[in-house]
Design a protein around this ligand. Structure first.
Ligand code: HEM
Length: 109
């Protein structure tokens, strides 16, 4: 969910209505994608720069109350990621999110 908002003037909803944007559902695109629970970031590539792509993924919210830190974060996040990759040893775990988030390492005695 995004931060709750309240409509200051009546439009399709009366003024004073609390508005909650369900980004969980938007991100999984239940109605849009064939297999919404699979992690497939490549399906967003075609939408890059297109207007219809704006509302498919909006981690910073949107419009007047959208996150003012967005531009800064998008510049910094590459540096953070690069630092993490450089400073730690990474390995792939043999588990899949589709199988109920069970990590084999956690099951070891
Ligand atoms: C990965 C980093 C960040 C994410 C994912 C993020 C995400 C968000 C989201 C989803 C909102 C609510 C937007 C809405 O309800 O429409 C928000 C609001 C806000 N964010 Fe961020 N943010 C991040 C970093 C930052 C940073 C670095 C700053 C400041 C330097 C910042 C300052 C703010 C402020 C002030 C608001 C309130 C805007 C308003 O209500 O008018 N955020 N952010």
């Amino acid at each position: 969910m995004l931060v709750p908002h309240e409509s200051s003037a009546g439009c399709t909803v009366p003024s004073g209505t609390m508005l909650l944007v369900n980004t969980w559902a938007i991100y999984r695109g239940i109605l849009r994608w064939e297999d919404p629970m699979k992690f497939k970031p490549e399906r967003l590539f075609d939408l890059e720069g297109k207007k219809e792509g704006s509302f498919v993924m909006m981690p910073f919210g949107y419009g007047r109350r959208g996150c003012p830190g967005e531009n800064m974060v998008l510049r910094v996040v590459g540096l953070v990621l690069a630092s993490l990759i450089q400073c730690f040893e990474w390995e792939r775990l043999d588990w899949e999110m589709d199988r109920g988030l069970r990590c084999p390492r956690l099951n070891r005695s």
